[in-house]
Design a protein around this ligand. Sequence first.
Ligand code: ATP
Length: 596
Amino acid sequence: MDDGLNRQASKDLGQLRPALKFLRPYVPQILIASVALIVTASVTLSIGQGLRLVVDSGFVEGGSSELLERSLGIFALLVGLLTIGTFVRFYFVSWIGERVSADLRNAVFERLVSLHPGYFETNFPTEIQSRITTDTTLLQTVIGSSVSIALRNLLMFLGGLVLLFVTNVKLSLIVLLCVPLVVVPIILFGRRVRRLSRDSQDRLADVGSFAGEALRHIKVVQAFNHQTADLANFSARVQRAFAVAVHRIRQRAVLVAVVMLLVMGAIATMVWIGGQDVLSGNISAGELAAFIFYAFIVAGSVGAISEVFSDLQRAAGATERLVELLTAESALVEPPAPKNLPAGIPSVALDNVSFSYPTRPTVQVLQGVSCNIEPGEMVALVGPSGAGKSTLFDLLQRFYDPAEGAVRFADMDLKSLSLECVRGVTGFVPQEAVLFAGSVGDNLRYGNAGASDEALLRALELANAHEFVARLPDGLDTMIGEGGSGLSGGQKQRLAIARALVAEPRILLLDEATSALDADSEEAIRGSIERLKGQCTIIAIAHRLSTVRQADRILVLDEGRLIAAGRHEELLTSNPLYARFSRIQFGAGREVRAAG
Ligand code: ATP
């Protein structure tokens, strides 16, 4: 056999090694399954000997009925043992398969949630979601059945081969000659199946992610009458997945058929030669019966191994994809010995910060931004769309590291603190409120699981959400759907503010929603911010004049640069860019209303 092929096959199956690590905790179960495996294989093999006895004693002239009965008794005993052994083997092997895939899912998810957010810009979440389900399910099938089939058949193959030789050497040599004929196609086709299997899983992930996106945004799909186009797109993806799967199945079908043909051909030759020997009286009929039995076992096990070999190759493909996720490294390195922030409200400093997104390294989104924000100060961040305001918030929460310069809390570089600490002191209210499926209370406790109901109510009041929450059918226990479905935009926004406050942040990052709040709520939140001032540092991306007026200081960002800082009235006169921006952004009408 070609040595290169051999090495290739072992390298391919080597992809499965990381999955083996997950088997380690279950050695007792593996041992039980192995014992059951050995028992069932031995029993099956010994049935051949029983067959020989029964044929020679019962069906051939001169046999005794007493011998026949005894043989049948032993046979019944063996069948009983086989039944119990099969149950134990099946149960434990399937259990291990399920357990390992559950552990793998956990391990993959654990790794994923700790990765830097930028990872998910190049690796799409819906595709990853499919890997967690389909790839682990494939592994579960392989560990829970294919491996056991392969091992059982390997044992049967070896045992059967030995017993073949014990029964008849000449006939056994015929069988042996056929082995390489069978093994070479297994390895050749197996490699192709593995490649196609990975392809097939990728295509399946594609199908899943497309459906996920369309269903998540079903209103937009329907509003644009995009159903037919989506269906066509979806069908094209399904078709591609189908085509790859058919290709894989064809390879596998050819493999199984070729192996069967070779095996059956060999058996036919052997029966013919053996039959001649029985006729000439060289061997007994029982011997030939036992031999045929073993030959079928050996052939069957080779067939079964060839079939599950491609399963193992498929699993290697799936493991490769899972291992990519399991070994993905976060770009945000945590210090080995993180420092602790001193108690109290920390100051915030940006020191000559420049930044580009990893997906667009040539575009500088922030350029040499420096500023100091005093503890308890309220700062409004203003600037045209795309100026880099949200990016600055990302850096303040260390979702990305600056390319140059440093971000500091209480004069400590964020890189010297643990990520948990950075996110623990900051509270973030995104422009588009993201809520999770669960009760209103669950959502409010998102950043502070131990918060009391009183704390929730206080936060709700500050966010001017207490009245509408009280009017909900079950108050805090009202269930809301994924993404906060069942609530209006303004209600979601106010809940998001309350959620940030429940976590008692020392630095509140507020990305103002421009349209979600009505004038009443806006006024109420203005009042809340007034009450919060001094209790924590507030940095607000401001789209409303009311917020800008409230701020102790305004930082004006334009094309990634900090171009001015000061109070609203000062900047109106001192900075023409701000004056123009203010006129466009805040509008004369709003200014009159707010001023009035
Ligand atoms: P807006 O007021 O419209 O929200 P902004 O001032 O918050 O705008 P940012 O969202 O910080 O602006 O974006 C600044 C620039 O960075 C934009 O040119 C944007 O296209 C780019 N950008 C934002 N996010 C990413 C990303 N994940 N990858 C690559 N580029 C990005």
